[in-house]
Design a protein around this ligand. Structure first.
Ligand code: ADP
Ligand code: MG
Length: 370
């Protein structure tokens, strides 16, 4: 069960019109698979095709060829749509409403009633289509974004229905606002919300129908470091609850500590896919050896105690009176250097591969492919 692919994309291609005759290839043969209860980071620079893929997954955009399965089903399956929570790149909310009111609005769009178990999958109504407008591809990005990022007007409710949205739904709203850390601002108007608070509200909104899959487009951009740390904590909590999270980002360090898998996209093509450690480990090509010098109290600096033999084997050495770090860029020489050091009276403290950060690695990959 844990290996079940929640998102399965095969050979996806998408082009946009460019001028009268040309088409721009925004996605080229994208293959991607996201497992249940994992956090998947979809990383790449601006304009790489992240939003295009996300909108394709959500059925907000028509793609040219390929296939997308969610929970092993087609996108037009109502159960599937109602099991997705979506946070757009720039969520827009009516600023004169309070957090509670906006959540209530979304609960109504999902036609959520009080009892029993308003959030169970079988009871979810076809709210997704209403909520996101299911926009077809427009000629321009602006045209596309607008329909789905603006808050849609709530559909009129029959007067008899109106009073039913109470109790359990209210409790559910509070639970979601609590989860995202907005419970104290529940009755605050959104015009007084900071960017970080709005982003967290967007998250609460995406969670209102208790979806199993969350799709978040650049959820952390524009947040300050504290806001980002808090947001990451929320995502971890959700993963613990068994939710699957697919998020796009151009901020790599966010993904490094959070994601189980990442995919790197550049100009519409996936150039790397794997776990963070798979990616980072393949980038490890050198080693640092730290060792105590033979006579730490002697006034001579550590370097003077190093034989020429060792100096020839390492790239460079940095020492203080107590210890030296030997930078080795040919990993195969590590054992020889270690035995030379021991022979020369050094005590080894640690041997560590020098890993590049995911950020360095990805920017290298992106430059290499340019
Ligand atoms: N509606 C559209 N019409 C034409 N080109 C578009 C449209 N939407 C996006 N593009 C282009 O497709 C490419 C990928 O865009 P997008 O998916 O928004 O990238 P990202 O989200 O990674 O920044 C960009 O070159 C962008 O200009
Ligand atoms: Mg985008």
């Amino acid at each position: 069960m844990s290996e079940q692919a929640v998102i399965q994309i095969k050979g996806l291609n998408k082009t946009y019109p460019r001028g009268f005759v040309h088409r721009y290839e925004a996605l080229k043969d994208v293959d991607l698979s996201v497992k249940k209860a994992e956090i998947f980071g979809f990383l790449g620079p601006n304009g790489a095709g992240k939003t295009t893929l996300i909108k394709s997954i959500l059925g907000l955009l028509k793609y040219d060829s390929g296939s997308i399965k969610l929970f092993d089903k087609d996108l037009d399956d109502t159960d599937v749509k109602n099991n997705i929570g979506y946070l757009p790149e720039t969520p827009n909310f009516y600023s004169y409403l309070t957090a509670f009111e906006i959540m209530k609005l979304y609960a109504r769009l999902y036609n959520m009633k009080d009892s029993p178990h308003p959030t169970s999958l079988s009871e979810k109504q076809s709210g997704f289509r209403v909520k996101h407008g299911m926009t077809e591809e427009g000629g321009t990005q602006a045209g596309l974004g607008q329909g789905e990022e603006d808050t849609p007007s709530p559909p009129p409710l029959p007067s008899g229905e109106r009073n039913k949205v109470r109790g359990t739904v209210d409790a559910l709203i509070k639970e979601k606002l609590e989860l995202v850390g907005l419970i104290d601002a529940i009755h605050t108007r959104l015009r007084a919300f900071s960017k970080g608070m709005l982003q967290r509200l967007g998250m609460a909104q995406a969670l209102i129908n208790d979806p199993e899959l969350l799709i978040l487009d650049e959820p952390m951009s524009g947040l300050d470091p504290i806001g980002r740390a808090e947001f990451k904590e929320i995502l971890r909590k959700l993963r613990k609850q068994g939710k699957t999270i697919f998020f796009s980002s151009h901020i790599i360090p966010d993904a490094e500590e959070l994601c189980d898998h990442v995919a790197v996209i550049r100009t519409g093509k996936i150039i790397k896919i794997g776990t963070v450690s798979e990616l980072v480990d393949t980038g490890a090509t050198s080693v640092n050896i730290t060792a105590f010098t033979p006579h730490p109290t002697s006034p001579t600096r550590g370097e003077e105690k190093i034989s020429n033999n060792i100096k020839q084997l390492v790239k460079n050495i940095t020492c203080n009176n107590e210890q030296c770090i030997f930078h080795v860029n040919d990993m195969e020489k590590t054992n020889t250097i270690l035995s030379e050091l021991i022979k020369n009276g050094f005590s080894i403290i640690k041997v560590e591969p020098v890993r590049q950060s995911l950020e360095t690695l990805i920017s290298k990959m992106i430059k290499e492919q340019a």
